[in-house]
Write a protein that binds this ligand. Sequence first.
Ligand SMILES: Nc1nc2c(ncn2[C@@H]2O[C@H](COP(=O)(O)OP(=O)(O)OP(=O)(O)O)[C@@H](O)[C@H]2O)c(=O)[nH]1
Ligand SMILES: [Mg+2]
Length: 636
Amino acid sequence: MTTYSKSVIVGTAGHIDHGKSALVEALTGTHPDRLAEEKRRGITIDLGFAFWEENGVRFGLIDVPGHERFVSNMLAGAAGIDLVLLVIAADESIKPQTREHFDICRLLGVKRGVVALTKSDLADEDTLGLVRLDVEEYLRGSFLKRAPIIPVSAKTGAGLAELRKAMAEVAAEVTGKDAARYFRLPIDRAFAMKGFGAVVTGTLVSGSVAPGNEVELFPNRERLRVRGVQSGGTAVERAVAGQRTAVNLAGIEHTALKRGMSLATPERFRATRRIDTRLELLASAPKMKQRTRVHFHAGTMETIAEVLIYGQNELAPGQSALAHLRLQEEVLVVAGDRFIVRQFSPVITVGGGAVLDPLARRPLAKDTGRAVFLEVLESGSHEDILAAMTERAVLGLKLEEIVARTGWLEQEIHSAVEALVAAKRVKMISAEPLALVSAKVFGEVQKLLMEKVERFQKANPLLPGIAREDLRASLGRRVKAETFRAALEELAAQKKLDVQGELVKRAGSAIALLPEEAKAKQEIEAAFASAGLTVPAVKEVLAKLTVEAKRAEKLLQSLLRDKSLVRVTPELIFHQKALADLKVQLAQYKKAKGERISVPLFKELTGITRKYAIPLLEYLDRERVTRRAGDERVIL
Ligand SMILES: Nc1nc2c(ncn2[C@@H]2O[C@H](COP(=O)(O)OP(=O)(O)OP(=O)(O)O)[C@@H](O)[C@H]2O)c(=O)[nH]1
Ligand SMILES: [Mg+2]
């Protein structure tokens, strides 16, 4: 198996009939047109592919159609290219699709290219010189301003060696796609191969894929297994980003697969219908109004989008703006992905841009922070972006969501988190699984907690504190359990709150009981403690006290709360000590006499009447000390 130091994807671009396919054949020996109709009509309709090597660089060539009716096919091919081979016929110079394809490559973020002045055999020196001037003028100031311009002829072979050399030089400057990231393959073809089953092909834009891998199909979100992988027509152990790749999939019919779908690392991404973007309108396009519907192309997929421009009512030609795109179908896109928009009629390319937030929420007038947030996403550091994302996630931000929104690797996320935690910009409320809240939200939750505890203790001076669960419930659903727990833990560690088991109180606060209240409380407890299992009626106990009824009731509540007393039925309250003794007694009985006990035996054992025995046995059943079995109980 040959290994190449570099794989570079080259896409042709240019007007119909300017000699793109002929040039691909001259360079690679493969004529890229495959369809019978293409051969009959002598034009390219759909994408064609060819390969060639030069100076250790493996070139994957994607030949696109020049016909204006097939620009959407061109877009599916152009999405993954590293280098554009801009083809301009020397006898015709720049034509409409030369411009449209050039605009598309620029909007897609293609960084490098080479210009071939084809059919040089049909032009004399003067004409060639004039065309070259035209082209130089056209490319001035653009991403192709330094691109070599080389006259070639597919017919005579003139200039081909020079073109090859120039392409190899430019390829050396191309920054390759990142094989270390999550795997993503936008599908451009799907077919069945005899004896293999479903095969899809595409430009591997990120990560790598190997036989045996599990992959996720988007937008359907089906899990599939990779049976085999080919790159450039040969089976490989692993295909990496930057290569033309064919993937043989198990568990699916080829008819269920089509251009526009994507394969990706499982469980990392989400399909979306709403994205926030930076949208640029071409200088040649008419102004774009609010809520314009356009054709939307990203990767190999296309759908319809409605455009909502943020902060202004229309977009002027040549300008860009932050914009929300509502898509008709679900797509898989990640922050940084490029897209193209085309007008409805006539269907021409009018603009494009970059995805900033792939999981955008519905735009709301009251969401005034969105533009600033999107600007951070557009040009902020990882740390700034993560801090901004955390601030907007009131409920907290989880690892999966960060990955789905950014495509960052866990390592990148962890180092950004570390820096932000150290700078006290975010609070890590859980490390595993990772969950973050902004320092601001965390501070607000803590403030609220202090207030709630304070307020509760003022309203209930006789209670030792608020139950943890009640405190949690008082914050409402907008505060997640983890945030609550972390906020409470920190306040306890800072000695601002006192957390004892299930009870939360102001640090250092003791219940200030008046002497007569303290005495009354003791009397209540003593009444139940001395009664054993033959407890008195609650009303009777309270009536004997010197404090007024309302306060007596509160004192009783506080004894129930700290579990000195236990309510077994609405009418019957027992001292916890009596119940604990009963449990011991039953355990001893079980040892001595076996696990079964009848109601009469229970009465005999405890010396109580039916009035107490039945509620107590039911209580013991609830406590899983006993289990009812017919007329008897089984001691557990
Ligand atoms: N004389 C001459 N003819 C050429 C040359 N290159 C291509 N042609 C002819 O120009 C015509 C169009 O060539 P293609 O390669 O099909 O053009 P294309 O740009 O691929 O066209 P589309 O794919 O339909 O956009 C064919 O008849 C070719 O034989 C050349 O270098 N010299
Ligand atoms: Mg062609």
